[in-house]
Design a protein around this ligand. Structure first.
Ligand code: VAH
Length: 318
């Protein structure tokens, strides 16, 4: 039976992943950790520990105390926040990852940490970006993600740690709001559509990025972690995606359900520069071939579900 510790369990991915893993493996077998607590289901409905992943002894002690055999390391700063605080981002993103990998090595744990399309840069082929290609990112987040992929591969090749990872696109979810990302506009647009009927996008018209609905992201993590290791030619960097969209295309889809929705632009040069350094669309064939990845949600099937679930959430008393 798996015994899982999740770091960054109250973040955009972690908060939903914790709930889903508890449904599958049992509540007592999924220990959520984060730098602070909150009133979310992930923090309140099962084992939870306050944990600063830059504190190596605390990370090891927490994993040891619960006898975990799997570490899912999600604690990190996202791209825009990392760009504003590059030194802190390096210390948290790389120091935390090293501490988590060292604990996984010492306790012989299976290990997952996400990479991102942010691991690519301006010199990467922008359309149908291959699984194996040039990676010269121009952001601190991208530097962290490339280094993280290589470090996790090193722990697999040097120490035999069963490390696995995915290059996520932008993730769209209604449960926990994202924080500090470049792709967050694709979440904000749904919130603003429901609340105000209008959204002013900080990412410009015609700026394409890969995106994925959160249910597909959670399924991909679990599917990769349960995959037959003999079939994995790659380990820590599988390209995965569901759609390549720009703000206009999301707005057009929202208008099919909310005809009066208005989109305008107020481009943020920092996040626009980050977005333009990333691919427009990535190729996910390695994930499809090696462990059967297949996204279930397209833009047209995600939009009504996201609008309906978000309306229910926003209608609840705070
Ligand atoms: C970000 N949501 O915007 C994250 C993600 C591909 C984007 O890594 O930083």
């Amino acid at each position: 039976m798996k015994k899982i510790m999740i770091t960054g369990a109250l973040g955009q991915i972690g908060s939903e992943l914790t709930v889903k893993l508890r449904e599958i493996y049992g509540t007592a077998n999924v220990i959520a950790t984060d730098i602070r607590s909150n009133d979310s289901e992930a923090a309140q409905a099962g084992p939870f520990e306050i944990l600063d992943v830059t504190n190596a002894p605390a990370l090891a002690t927490t994993a040891n105390k619960h006898g975990v055999d799997t570490i899912i390391h999600m604690a990190a700063l996202l791209s825009a926040t990392a760009e504003a605080n590059p030194v802190f981002a390096w210390n948290l993103n790389m120091g935390g990852l090293m501490n988590a990998l060292e604990t996984a090595r010492e306790l012989d744990c299976q290990f997952f940490t996400p990479s991102s399309i942010g691991a690519f840069g301006p010199s990467t082929p922008k359309v149908a970006t291959p699984q194996d290609t040039i990676q010269r990112p121009t952001t601190m987040y991208g530097v962290n993600k490339v280094a993280g992929e290589l470090l996790a591969d090193y722990y697999f090749n040097r120490f035999g740690v069963d490390t696995r990872g995915l290059r996520f696109p932008g993730l769209i979810s209604y449960a926990a709001p994202p924080g500090g990302g470049t792709t967050d506009y694709a979440v904000e647009i749904f919130y603003e559509a429901i609340k105000n009927g209008h959204y002013s996008s900080y990412i410009g018209r015609g700026t394409y990025m890969d995106m994925m609905y959160m249910p597909d992201a959670l399924t991909a993590i679990i599917q990769l972690m349960e995959a037959d290791p003999a079939k994995l030619k790659h380990r820590n960097s599988f390209n995965v995606t569901a759609m390549s969209v720009d703000p206009e295309e999301i707005a057009q889809e929202i208008r099919k359900h909310q005809p009066d929705f208005q989109l305008s632009y107020n481009v943020d040069p920092v996040r626009q520069r980050i977005a333009e350094s990333w691919p427009n669309s990535i190729d996910a064939s390695a994930a499809e071939e090696e462990w059967g990845f297949k996204a279930q949600y397209s833009l047209s099937s995600m939009t009504p579900d996201m609008l309906q679930k978000l309306k229910q959430k926003l209608a609840q008393p705070n």
